[in-house]
Write a protein that binds this ligand. Structure first.
Ligand SMILES: [Cu+2]
Length: 158
């Protein structure tokens, strides 16, 4: 084996180890999860928010032309949300400003991601997949409040 081949091979193996280390670091130390696509469950058709534990909620988000249901979600600060997103018609996107949430809303499937809202404030979310004439109106928001007793959702304009 030629010297340059050995160098290329050892460089490739080093990069592989570095990339694997980055994945392990992200999942273990940073607790970053990869979005999951659930294909073996019939997609829901209505939106739902319910509590699954102390400071833990499950949100089922429905997207359709051209709105998210619910469009407003109020949660207490420190909430962990199991977020399930589906679409009723065509492919939409679901991106939350200021959070590491970027899901596709695909008809016939459910996409899942767990997210924690520690800081109070408003987190806008919007469709990031062009989906027609009123795509630019397809948005909503999470409102995270300190000491909120009754989490709730609303439909309608943002
Ligand atoms: Cu859309």
């Amino acid at each position: 084996m030629d010297k340059s081949e050995k160098l290329a091979l050892s460089l490739s193996l080093t990069l592989l180890v570095v990339f694997m280390g980055a994945i392990v670091y992200a999942s273990v130390a940073k607790n970053i999860e990869v979005p999951t696509c659930i294909t073996d469950v019939e997609p829901f058709t209505t939106d739902t928010l319910f509590q699954t534990g102390p400071d833990e909620y499950e949100l089922q988000m429905v997207s359709r032309m051209w709105a998210f249901q619910p469009s407003t979600v109020r949660l207490p600060a420190g909430s962990t949300v199991d977020l399930y997103v589906t679409s009723q018609d065509i492919i939409h996107g679901f991106k939350v400003e200021g959070k590491n949430i970027n899901l596709m809303a695909v008809p016939g499937t459910i996409n899942y991601l767990r997210v924690k809202f520690d800081e109070p404030g408003e987190y806008l979310f919007a469709c990031h997949e062009f989906c027609g004439a009123a795509h630019h109106t397809m948005a909503g928001r999470f409102i995270i409040e300190e000491g909120l007793d009754e989490p709730e959702t609303e439909d309608g304009g943002v």
